[in-house]
Design a protein around this ligand. Structure first.
Ligand SMILES: Cc1ncc(COP(=O)(O)O)c(C=O)c1O
Length: 420
C-alpha cells in the first residue's frame, strides 16, 4: 500500500484569507457560554488545523508501530514518516544537518537538556550563566538547578520600564566567566521581540555560545538558525499549530557531539555491555526511549501547513491585529497596556484599574472569550514591574478584528460589573 500523503498543499502562496484559514481549524466553530468562541490564548497553546488532527489519527488507525528497530511494514512506514518529519523541520529552520534536530517534549525539555548536558560538562565554580529578566520560568529554573549543582552564578540582564532589554548592560555582563547565554527570542508575557541576532554576535565576540528560547517566535515568524547564528534553538510544537508533547532542540553539531547524553535507555546506544556503553550517533544520542511518534509526525504536518502559507502575509495580518487591539485598548479609560517595547509580537498584556486580572478573565469567559491571566510563568517580569499579574490576549493567524471588537466589548462589560 502506498504511503498516504500527510503533507497536502493547503493554500496557494502569496495570499492570506483569514476566513478561509479559519475553516482549517475545527474548534473555532465552538460556542462557549452561548457565544461563538473567541480564542485569544494562543501564547499558551495554539489551536490545531484538521490536517494535524488527521495526521495523529491516521498514525493510530493505519500504521501504529514502534520506530527505528522494526523490519516489518508498519514499523518502516512509521519510521519513514517520523524521520521525514525531522527533515522537514531541518529545512523549516534552515539547520545545516539532520543530526542537529533533536526531538524533545517541548521547549522546557530542550532547555533542561542543554542545562544538564552542556551545563554539567562546562560549568565550574565561579562561572556564570547569563539570562535576561524577560525569561519564562523554563529558561530560568533549569539554569538555577545546574548553577547550584556546579557552584556557578546566574546573572540577569535587566530591562527598561517599556520591556526592552538594556543592551549596554548585556554587553557589560559578557566576560570570560560567562559560559553560556540563554534568552527568549520573544517574551511570552510582554511580546518583546529581542534583537537576538545582534545579541548572539556580541556573545560570540567573547566565544560564548547562545541558546535561544524560540517558543513564542517560531509560530509567528520564519526562523533561520544559520542566519541568527545561535548555538541552540528551542521550540514547542503545540504553540505552532502542532500537537502537545513534542518539540525541537536545534543544536550545532560540533557542540552536540561534545555533549554527553541527557538520558540513558533504548535507541540512544550503539552497543551495551555491563562494562561499557557506546552511544548512538546524533540525533539519536539525545533521544532515549520510545519517542512521541505520532506527535513527531504531526509536527511535520504543522510545518507543512505553515510552509503552505505566505508567512510574510501571515505576519502582516498578525501585526495588524496586534496594532488594532493595542489602539482599541488604549482608548479604554482605566485600561493600561503592560509592556510597550520597540518591537512586539502577538501578545497584549494589560491591567484594568481596580479589577483583578482573574476577574477580567472570568467575565470574558462568560462572553466566550478565552484569554490568560496571572504571571504567565514569568514572575520576575511581574516583580520588576511591581504588579502581581496581568490579563493577556495573544493572537494567532486565525484571529480577526471582529474578535478584537468582541474583546473590547467584553472589557467594557468587566468595567460595568466592577463599576470602575
Ligand atoms: C517563552 C516561552 N518559553 C518556554 C515555554 C515553555 O514551553 P513548553 O511548556 O511548551 O515547554 C513557554 C510556554 O509558554 C514560553 O512562552
Amino acid at each position: 500500500m502506498a504511503q498516504k500523503s500527510i503533507s497536502p498543499v493547503l493554500e496557494k502562496k502569496g495570499s492570506f484569507d483569514v476566513d478561509r484559514i479559519r475553516k482549517d481549524f475545527p474548534v473555532l466553530t465552538t460556542t462557549v457560554n452561548g457565544h461563538p468562541l473567541v480564542y485569544l490564548d494562543n501564547a499558551a497553546t495554539s489551536q490545531k488545523p484538521k490536517v494535524v488532527i488527521d495526521a495523529l489519527s491516521d498514525y493510530y488507525q493505519e500504521y501504529n508501530s514502534n520506530i527505528h528497530r522494526g523490519v516489518h511494514y508498519l514499523s518502516q512506514r512509521a519510521t519513514d514518516a517520523y524521520e521525514g518529519s525531522r527533515s522537514r523541520i531541518k529545512k523549516f529552520i534552515n539547520a545545516r544537518k539532520i543530526e542537529e534536530i533533536i526531538f524533545v517534549r517541548g521547549t522546557t525539555e530542550a532547555i533542561n537538556l542543554v542545562a544538564q548536558s552542556f551545563g554539567r560538562t562546562n560549568l565550574q565554580t565561579g562561572d556564570e550563566v547569563l539570562i535576561t529578566v524577560l525569561e519564562h520560568h523554563s529558561n530560568i529554573v533549569p539554569w538555577q538547578i545546574i548553577c547550584k549543582e556546579r557552584g556557578a552564578k546566574l546573572t540577569v540582564v535587566p530591562m527598561t520600564d517599556d520591556g526592552d532589554l538594556k543592551l549596554d548592560e548585556y554587553r557589560s555582563h559578557l566576560s570570560s566567566r560567562t559560559k553560556i547565554v540563554a534568552m527568549a527570542h520573544v517574551s511570552n508575557a510582554l511580546g518583546t521581540v529581542n534583537p537576538v541576532r545582534e545579541m548572539i554576535s556580541m556573545a560570540h565576540e567573547h566565544g560564548i555560545p547562545v541558546l535561544v528560547d524560540g517558543a513564542q517566535a517560531v509560530p509567528h515568524t520564519a526562523v533561520d538558525v544559520q542566519d541568527l547564528g545561535c548555538d541552540f534553538y528551542a521550540f514547542s510544537g503545540h504553540k505552532m499549530y502542532g500537537p502537545t508533547g513534542i518539540g525541537v532542540l536545534y543544536g550545532k553539531e560540533e557542540l552536540l557531539d561534545r555533549m554527553p547524553p541527557y538520558q540513558g535507555g533504548g535507541d540512544m546506544i550503539k552497543s551495551v555491555t555491563f562494562e561499557k556503553t557506546i552511544y548512538n550517533d546524533l540525533p539519536h544520542k539525545f533521544e532515549a526511549g520510545t519517542p512521541n511518534i505520532s506527535g513527531g509526525i504531526a509536527l511535520g504536518v504543522a510545518v507543512d501547513y505553515l510552509n503552505s502559507l505566505d508567512r510574510l502575509a501571515v505576519q502582516a495580518h498578525e501585526n495588524s491585529i496586534l496594532d488594532y487591539a493595542s489602539s482599541q485598548l488604549s482608548s479604554i479609560r482605566g485600561a493600561e497596556i503592560v509592556g510597550r517595547p520597540k518591537k512586539k509580537s502577538s501578545v497584549l498584556s494589560f491591567v484594568l484599574e481596580n479589577v483583578h486580572p482573574h476577574d477580567v478573565g472570568t467575565i470574558l469567559d462568560s462572553e466566550g472569550i478565552a484569554i490568560r491571566t496571572g504571571h504567565h510563568c514569568a514572575q520576575p517580569i511581574m516583580t520588576r514591574l511591581g504588579i502581581a499579574a496581568t490579563a493577556r490576549a495573544s493572537f494567532a493567524l486565525y484571529n480577526t478584528k471582529e474578535e478584537v471588537d468582541a474583546l473590547v466589548r467584553g472589557i467594557y462589560k468587566v468595567i460595568e460589573v466592577f463599576g470602575s
